[in-house]
Design a protein around this ligand. Structure first.
Ligand code: RB5
Length: 149
């Protein structure tokens, strides 16, 4: 399977069950899942899990990444510190498609304490099935990249 079909997946302790549901769902839809955990319900630190998934995407090992924590916010902030990562938190399907179409997001973040499993899986589908539109949006994404220095 190509790297572009491989999805990096990670979470903190607050989102283990939802992450596992996402893993099963996307695997059933033909995506290769690089689920890097954690599996223990012990309290852990979301920055290290966000970073680990982001590095898999930034290196090209995975085409896209999905990260989850309680709100989706902290792990998103950590992922976005890795050069080349554009990660957005989504709690609706419209935004999940738009961050691919307009922002060329390569990572999605979801809050397991914010959305239920059914909506979360719809958000994941909207993200994975959307494509970057390029054109004027490419100029804007290049402007984001230029901020990375
Ligand atoms: C963990 O309690 C919680 O702070 C974390 O999952 C996340 O919501 C942080 O942004």
């Amino acid at each position: 399977m190509t790297a572009s079909k491989r999805i990096a997946l990670s979470s903190d302790h607050a989102a283990i069950e939802l992450r596992q549901a996402v893993a099963a769902h996307i695997a059933a839809n033909g995506w290769e899942v690089e689920d890097i955990g954690p599996t223990s319900p012990e309290s852990t630190h979301y920055p290290k899990h966000g970073e680990a998934a982001a590095r898999l995407v930034a290196s090209g090992d995975c085409g896209l990444g999905i990260v989850l924590c309680g709100t989706g916010q902290g792990i998103m902030m950590a992922a976005n510190k890795v050069k080349g990562i554009r990660c957005g938190v989504c709690a609706d399907t419209f935004s999940a498609a738009m961050i691919r179409q307009h922002n060329n997001a390569n990572m999605l973040s979801i809050g397991a304490r914010v959305v239920g499993e059914g909506l979360a899986l719809d958000i994941v589908d909207a993200f994975l099935n959307a494509e970057f539109e390029g054109g004027r949006h490419a100029t804007r994404v290049e402007m984001i990249e230029a901020l990375e220095g």
